[in-house]
Design a protein around this ligand. Structure first.
Ligand code: PMP
Length: 369
C-alpha cells in the first residue's frame, strides 16, 4: 500500500472551488475495439517511426541542455503546414505550440481568463473547456445550441453580447456532436465578442469547411485558432497542439507558459512527424468515408446519428445511454458515454473495427427495441 493512503481529499487544504469536482476521465479500458477517444486508428507508417526515432536519437546527445524555449523551428514547420492546408499565409510568429491543444487552451485561459473573468461555451461541447476554466478560476458560462446540436450563429452572437465573456469557445467541428461552424456564424460571434474567441479546430482536417485562420487578418485582437496533431496526424501520444493567431496574442501567452515547456524530444519528434504529413493525412479521406458508411448503417439499424464533419459520430436514441454503453463494452467494444441523455459517441476506427462496432450495434438495437 502507498504511504499516507489513509489521508483523503477531504483532509487536504484544497481550494474550495475544486471540492467535489471530477477529473477529466475517458476510461482507458483494455478492450479489443477502442473507439472512445477520437484518435486516428491507423498507426504511424514505418518510415515515420524510423524518422521520429532518428530525430529523437539526434537530440538525445544534447539532453544536458534546455530545449529551444520558443520552439522556433517547429513553429515554422507548423506555419508552413497550416499555410498549405488553409491557403492563408501564416508566419512563424503567427503560430504557438504546446503539449497538446489542452495546454494551448490552458495557456489562453491563464492569459485571458482568471479570477473575476468568464469563459463561455456552447454546450454540449468539449468537456475540457469548463474543466480548464475551473483550473484557472475562470467562471464558466454555459450557452445553448439548437435542439439538433448545431450552432445558431445569430443566437450565439446575442448571448455573447449579453454575457460579455472574456473568452468564448467555439468548437468546429464540435466535439462530441460533429457539426462545423461556418465563417459567417463565426464572424457574428466575433463581432459581438468583447474578448477573445477561441475556435477549437481539433478536428478541422476531417471537415470541408474553411478554417477560421482566414479571420485573423480582420480580427487580430480577438481570434485564436487552436489545432492539434492528436487526431488527423495520428500523433496523440506525441502530445503536440498549436494555435494560429496574431503575434501579440502569442506575446501574451509567453507571460504564462512554463519555460522550456516543450521538451527537445517532443519538438524533434513533432518535426519528424510533420515531414510525413502527406502520408498520415492520407487516412483522413478514408476515415471520412468510413464515417459516412457508419452513419448510414446506424440509421439503417434504427438509430439517429447526428451529421458529422469529424472522425466520430454521436448517435441515439437510448432510453438509458449508460446501460447501452455497458452493452457495447460487454461486446468488447469501448465507445464513449459523453453524458448527453439518450446518446453515445463512437470514434471512427479501421474498417474492421467499425464492422465490429456495427455488429455490436445490431445486437444492441435488437435488445432495446
Ligand atoms: N479540443 C477538442 C475539441 C478535443 O476533442 C480534444 C481532444 N479530445 C482536444 C482539444 C485536446 O486534444 P490534445 O490535447 O490531444 O491536442
Amino acid at each position: 500500500d502507498a504511504l499516507g493512503a489513509d489521508t483523503t481529499l477531504a483532509d487536504l487544504p484544497l481550494r474550495e472551488d475544486l471540492r467535489g469536482r471530477s477529473p477529466y476521465g475517458a476510461p482507458q479500458l483494455d478492450t479489443s475495439v477502442r473507439l472512445n477517444t477520437n484518435e486516428n486508428p491507423f498507426p504511424p507508417p514505418p518510415e515515420l517511426v524510423a524518422d521520429v526515432t532518428e530525430a529523437v536519437r539526434e537530440v538525445a546527445a544534447d539532453l544536458h541542455r534546455y530545449p529551444d524555449r520558443d520552439a522556433v523551428a517547429l513553429r515554422a514547420d507548423l506555419a508552413a503546414y497550416l499555410t498549405e492546408a488553409t491557403g492563408v499565409r501564416l508566419a512563424t510568429d503567427n503560430v504557438w505550440a504546446a503539449n497538446g491543444s489542452n495546454e494551448v487552451l490552458q495557456q489562453i485561459l491563464q492569459a485571458f481568463g482568471g479570477p473575476g473573468r468568464t469563459a463561455l461555451g456552447f454546450e454540449p461541447s468539449y468537456s475540457m473547456h469548463p474543466i480548464l476554466s475551473a483550473g484557472t478560476r475562470t467562471d464558466w458560462v454555459p450557452a445553448p445550441r439548437r435542439e439538433d446540436f448545431s450552432l445558431d450563429g445569430a443566437a450565439a452572437a446575442r448571448v455573447v453580447a449579453e454575457k460579455r465573456p472574456d473568452v468564448v469557445f467555439v468548437t468546429s467541428p464540435n466535439n462530441p456532436t460533429g457539426q462545423s461552424v461556418g465563417i459567417e456564424d463565426l464572424r457574428a460571434v466575433l463581432d459581438a465578442a468583447p474578448g477573445v474567441v477561441v475556435v477549437d479546430e481539433a478536428y478541422a482536417e476531417f471537415s470541408a469547411q474553411p478554417s477560421a485562420v482566414e479571420l485573423i487578418e480582420q480580427y487580430p485582437a480577438k481570434v485564436i485558432v487552436s489545432r492539434t496533431m492528436s487526431k488527423a496526424f495520428a500523433f496523440a501520444g506525441g502530445r503536440l497542439g498549436y494555435l494560429a493567431a496574431a503575434p501579440a496574442i502569442i506575446e501574451a501567452l509567453l507571460l504564462v507558459r512554463l519555460p522550456y515547456h516543450l521538451s527537445a524530444p517532443t519538438q524533434a519528434a513533432a518535426r519528424a512527424a510533420l515531414r510525413h504529413a502527406e502520408a498520415t493525412l492520407g487516412s483522413v479521406h478514408q476515415l471520412a468515408e468510413e464515417r459516412d458508411r457508419v452513419s448510414a448503417a446506424l440509421r439503417e439499424l434504427g438509430f439517429d446519428p447526428v451529421p458529422s464533419d469529424a472522425n466520430f459520430v454521436l448517435f441515439g436514441r437510448f432510453a438509458d445511454a449508460h446501460r447501452a454503453w455497458q452493452r457495447y463494452l460487454d461486446a468488447d467494444v469501448l465507445i464513449r458515454d459523453v453524458g448527453i441523455p439518450g446518446h453515445l459517441r463512437v470514434t471512427i476506427g479501421t474498417p474492421v473495427e467499425n464492422d465490429a462496432f456495427l455488429a455490436a450495434s445490431k445486437a444492441v438495437s435488437e435488445e432495446i427495441q
